[in-house]
Design a protein around this ligand. Sequence first.
Ligand SMILES: N[C@@H](CCC[C@H](N)C(=O)O)C(=O)O
Length: 277
Amino acid sequence: MQFAKWHGLGNDFVIVNGMKEVVGDYHKQALAVCDRNFGIGADGLVVLLPSEIADFKMRIFNSDGSEADMCGNATRCVARYLYENQLTDKTVITLDTLAGIITPELIFENGRLVTVKVDMGEPKLKRGAIPLAGDPQEQAINIPFLVEGETYHITSLSMGNPHCIIFVDDIRTVNLPVIGPKIETHILFPKKTNVEFLQIVDRHTIRMRVWERGAGITKACGTGASAALVASVLNGYTDRQATVKLDGGDLFIEWASNNHIYKSGPAVEVFRGKYLL
Ligand SMILES: N[C@@H](CCC[C@H](N)C(=O)O)C(=O)O
């Protein structure tokens, strides 16, 4: 199987052109290729396929083999991968994902690619859409949430995938490997959740650490950074444009007046090769 390894701020993916390669059982392959000792090593496996409703279909599998609805960082990598491998000559590309059509745009300055911007669509705030247990029509903004005897205040929303956000004074003090999986698998999130801890620096700057559903601690999460801005605006902490500072680098996020979230950041190829199935 031919593959390429890419990352967006250190959130890394094995990308396979499923229009050329027969990948087999995607779930099993994700587990195998993402293994950092016995495989290529990545946070996720991305398979590109033909689509009847968009330019391409993007399927994304977490390193534990589960399928995710959407992935912001992979979207940027895929856009550049498609363009640089001449699979498209478009600079605005539509991707058919389980979360709907997502539109990345390659931005050039003086002929050089400087960033990939993604229209991430609209955030979904109702509990039923996240999904989070409780009244499906209600929102979950700064609500008490009990985890093994300790109460946290969470804001939860969907960016096509579920996110649970907690504001803290200092993200360095959070014991993410312990608390992350407890919230990820909490019974009130029937499809599990991604977990983000945020520290507000000022009205345009947020620090964030993430525990991803199905992948654990990662260096960055694009849907998570988007959810972080939405949660920060809803709680009155930031304006509608902010830089989200992650372990792997910075993402610029905007909640525009059309209610869509726009996310800008880099996409980098690491290497390519052949993987023996
Ligand atoms: N890293 C991603 C999100 C990947 C999917 C996530 N783990 C899930 O299961 O929802 C991003 O950049 O958005």
